[in-house]
Design a binder for this molecule. Structure first.
Ligand SMILES: Cc1cc2nc3c(=O)[nH]c(=O)nc-3n(C[C@H](O)[C@H](O)[C@H](O)COP(=O)(O)OP(=O)(O)OC[C@H]3O[C@@H](n4cnc5c(N)ncnc54)[C@H](O)[C@@H]3O)c2cc1C
Length: 442
């Protein structure tokens, strides 16, 4: 361990604070001075991030407010869905199920798609800076997803972070990592395969367990002598506790070991060792999931909340019902970057379903603001299906409903469907088709 890493690990839970220092200590950026897209007479909504939240907001804004100009900025050339990508890893679905053109929905719904890296947001000037120039906005929606918090493990040891991301990728952000993880599963010849789970909150809470099940199914089907060790900081498997525990026991008892309370103490990717509060684990191969946080851009734009002690929460500080940032009714953050919305349960689940519902909601809020109307709050929900077996195809699911309590705060009801069965897999396919129709196809 180098001194920098040791210093950091001694700081323990201060991981998030170190991130903010790292980001704010960066030298001033020099932005291209050209205007990316001059503003005409129309009022303009700029959306940053063409994922589940941003694409939904773009489509519904155009539908509800045809008089507004809508511009979607996204770094990737094509849309890649994380939902259902676990199934793609073992060929339950093919690539065209996950990959979609940005051009087609933009043309169909009449918004402008620009492929570019957004480098900063100047809220005082209502201006977004990109790799190609700046663009001014009247309303701004940020749906930029998550970042990996490697600092929590390695401090500012960039070499360890880069090595880990390249060698033990996790594919929790739409990127080239997905192909690398798929290849990793194909190449595994046997031995111990470790999965570290991030501490909550993180992107799609039930999905790492689904991935473990599908990898176990693949290893079993291909007679690969593998042991999958899930290092989970939580005390139990959650959500869908009983459904997953049954799948681990009944389908993969000889392959999957779930280790609870395995809070990470040290990760040594070079010597293939993970040290946790539940013991030390050596591995032959691994998917090393760091803590998740709001996307880098949310940090750069100064939109991260603070704990009562004054340290960064790691997530955007927004109004729990309307998603606007606290000091600006015309700047919204939606999707996985959103911070805690209620003291009763903390965060909404970080899911594509929630990002879609929030995208629809902000489209309504912006349309109401544009017409000078009072905002009417839209209540969201969440629904996730997880495939745990491939022969036969059987899934389990979890649903979350929300309402405002008598105390004026959001309350959550969780319904786990633990009985694995083929009908839930069919429902999953209908769910994703409905979602795609909503923000990509129809
Ligand atoms: C394995 C896995 C399985 C999942 N399964 C499900 C499921 O079954 N159901 C479900 O509901 N959810 C599921 N999810 C969760 C879902 O993928 C996320 O919750 C959802 O994508 C969040 O939407 P978002 O808009 O916040 O972020 P994303 O969809 O990640 O979109 C963010 C976009 O912003 C872009 N971006 C970020 N920064 C910049 C920048 N500076 N400049 C330009 N572009 C930028 C990114 O490239 C990205 O396209 C799963 C996730 C994973 C990883």
């Amino acid at each position: 361990m180098n001194p920098t890493r040791r210093t950091f690990l001694q700081a323990g839970a201060l991981g998030v604070a170190v991130v903010s220092q790292t980001l704010s200590a960066q030298p001033l950026l020099h932005f291209p001075s050209a205007e990316l897209m001059p503003k005409g007479r129309q009022r303009r909504v700029v959306i940053v991030g063409g994922g589940w939240g941003g694409l939904t907001a773009a489509r519904h804004l155009r539908e509800q407010s045809p008089d507004l100009e809508v511009v979607l900025l996204e770094r990737n050339p094509i849309f890649w869905s994380c939902p259902l990508s676990n199934k793609w890893l073992i060929d339950v679905i093919d690539t065209q199920f996950l990959v979609h053109s940005y051009m087609i929905p933009a043309r169909r719904h009449g918004y402008t798609f620009i492929q570019t890296e957004v480098s900063d947001i100047d809220r005082a000037r209502r201006r977004v800076h990109t790799a190609q120039g700046y663009i001014d906005y009247d309303w701004l929606v940020v749906s930029a997803g998550i970042r990996y918090g490697f600092e929590a493990w390695f401090g500012n040891d960039q070499q360890a972070a880069d090595y880990t991301r390249t060698t033990y990728p996790t594919a929790y952000i739409p990127s080239a990592e997905h192909a690398a993880v798929k290849q990793k599963i194909r190449d595994f010849k046997g031995g111990t395969f470790v999965m570290t789970l991030p501490p909550p909150p993180h992107r799609c809470p039930p999905s790492p367990y689904e991935r473990a099940c599908l990898m176990a199914w693949y290893f079993k089907a291909n007679k690969i002598p593998a042991k999958i060790v899930i290092l989970d900081p939580k005390p139990i498997v959650a959500p869908i506790t009983a459904g997953y525990n049954l799948a681990f026991k009944e389908l993969y008892a000889d392959i999957i070991t779930h280790v609870p309370k395995a809070t990470i103490k040290e990760v040594d990717p070079f010597n293939k060792v993970v040290k946790t509060a539940a013991g030390d684990f050596k591995f032959d191969d691994a998917l090393l999931m760091t803590p998740h946080q709001a996307a880098d851009l949310v940090w750069k734009a100064g939109l991260i909340g603070k704990t009562p002690q004054g340290t960064p929460t790691g997530w955007a500080d927004v109004h729990p019902l309307f998603y606007n940032v606290k000091d600006d009714p015309q700047v919204f953050v939606i999707g996985d970057s959103v911070g805690a919305v209620s003291p009763h349960f903390g965060h909404y689940p970080k899911s594509g379903h929630v990002a879609n519902k929030e995208g629809r909601a902000v489209a309504q809020y912006i349309s109401q603001q544009a017409r000078g109307q009072a905002l009417t709050h839209v209540m969201i929900d969440n629904l996730c299906y997880m495939l745990v077996n491939n022969t036969p195809r059987e899934a389990i699911s979890v649903q979350f409903d929300y309402k405002l309590g008598a105390d004026g705060l959001l309350q959550q009801t969780q319904i786990d469907d633990n009985q694995r069965r083929p009908e839930l897999w069919q429902e999953d396919l209908r769910w994703v088709e409905w979602m795609y129709q909503d923000f990509l196809k129809a």
